[in-house]
Design a protein around this ligand. Structure first.
Ligand code: ADP
Ligand code: ASP
Ligand code: MG
Length: 405
């Protein structure tokens, strides 16, 4: 008998019929002798709808009230799923994040989980009840409702699995596992039967939204066996685990992309100590997160500095830079919000040379201009014009033969 934490995402609980189907799935799993606690998302589209409502009222709502609003979607699903289970004769109880005491810090909309009190849930499990827990939400130490960032129900599930020392955390979604890239962009993408925590962490943080980055981080840290599966069909899914010694790793495991970035350049910056700080300091002071940064080699005492930010932060960053450029005596500020980042990821890259040049050659053959490059031990990221996104991802997928096992 195993303890399994299952998480069902928005499309998996998108209608009352789907919720009934999930209830049956849970009951089947219980009949195989397993103890189950379930984490659910809001019904598909609901969180976006709630965000839309808040925008109708305020451009910058108070963070506390915003979280009270956007967390309500999950409360609907926990009640409906619990009722569906009870209708089938399966005892169940719903819990909001606050009721389970999912204690977080007070960073509204991007709160981090600090502690979970699994006592009530353990009592349910011992009594043969299924605990149904609202994902995405917690409470801070003053009892305020917090939320964990988009896709945060994944993190609720993993954190709960760690707290209850579950045997496996299963993330049920609308695809049957983690693919070599988003199958919506490359239909030839292949399901991976396994992927390492390290690779999944890179894929998620570089834009593959199949799992929230923090969920993968948490699972790696607490060694929670994590599996991504389809809620619509049977299958093994993808197991995310540590690298196995002696098993040869693929050079490239997957391709991630991020459409949410924008690029800014300050040209003609005096090449002196402290200018990078004077330019990027005010950006950080305004809580804008910077991703890639490139500073050119200085020439005639001048240099250029280019960096990327989230596309939502583009206008704000541009505004700040106009002021900063004047202060540091730079020539001009230019920007482009229509760029995307495409990354190849693989732990096998560590032991293979020439992958970067091979990547650049295949893009050159398609006439795709690379605007920025950044590398780490297990990934290479490039920035290109957004019109090349699909072409770049498909070209790289084919070039590295990712459709083949
Ligand atoms: P849920 O609502 O269940 O949390 P998400 O929409 O958050 O589901 O995540 C599933 C989606 O992630 C898929 O429909 C797919 O389009 C997308 N996706 C992006 N990259 C990948 C990938 N490498 N493998 C599988 N799915 C991916
Ligand atoms: N409902 C939240 C969202 O749409 C959390 C989640 O689904 O994981 O982001
Ligand atoms: Mg998700």
């Amino acid at each position: 008998m195993a303890l399994i934490i299952q998480k069902y995402g928005g499309t998996s609980v998108g209608t009352t019929e789907r919720i009934q189907a999930i209830a049956n799935k849970i009951i089947d799993c219980r009949q195989q002798g397993h103890d189950i606690a379930v984490v659910v998302s809001a019904m598909s589209g609901e969180t976006n709808r709630l965000i839309g409502l808040s925008r109708e009222i305020s451009r910058s709502p108070v963070a506390r009230e915003y979280d009270v609003l956007v967390s309500t979607g999950e409360q609907v699903t926990i009640a409906l799923l619990s009722m569906a289970l009870q209708e089938q004769g399966q005892a169940a109880r719903s819990y909001t994040g606050g009721q389970v005491r999912i204690l977080t810090d007070d960073a509204h909309s991007r709160a981090r989980i600090r502690n979970i009190d699994g006592y009530g849930i353990k009592k349910d499990l011992n009594a043969g009840r299924v605990a149904v827990i609202a994902g995405f939400q917690g409470v801070d130490e003053n009892g305020n409702v917090t939320t964990l960032g988009r896709g945060g129900s994944d993190t609720t599930a993993v954190a709960l699995a760690a707290a209850l020392e579950a045997d496996e955390c299963q993330i049920f979604t609308d695809v049957d596992g983690v693919y070599t890239t988003d199958p919506r962009v490359v239909p030839e993408a292949r399901r991976l039967s396994r992927i390492t925590f390290e690779e999944m962490l890179e894929m998620a943080s570089l834009g593959s939204k199949v799992l929230q980055t923090r969920a993968v981080e948490f699972a790696g840290k607490y060694n929670v066996p994590l599996r991504v599966l389809s809620s619509f069909e049977e299958g093994e899914g993808t197991l995310i685990s540590y690298e196995e010694a002696g098993v040869e790793q693929a050079k490239i495991s997957g391709i991630a992309f991020n459409r949410d970035e924008a690029k800014l350049t300050v040209t003609g910056v005096p090449d002196q100590p402290g200018v990078a700080y004077r330019i990027l300091g005010p950006i950080a002071d305004n809580n804008l997160e910077v991703d890639m940064i490139i500073q050119n080699i200085g020439q005639d005492g001048m240099t250029d500095l280019t960096f990327t930010v989230h596309r939502n932060d583009y206008d704000k960053a541009l505004e700040i830079l106009q002021i900063v450029a004047g202060d540091v005596g730079a020539r001009e500020v230019i920007g482009d919000p229509r760029i995307v980042k495409v990354s190849i990821v693989g732990v096998g890259m560590r032991s293979h040379a020439g992958i970067a040049s091979s990547m650049f050659q295949s893009l050159a053959n398609e006439g795709i201009n690379i605007q920025m490059i950044s590398t780490s031990e297990i990934k290479i990221s490039i920035v290109v014009d957004e019109k090349y996104l699909e072409l770049a991802v498909r070209t790289l997928h084919e070039h590295f033969q990712l459709e083949q096992d």
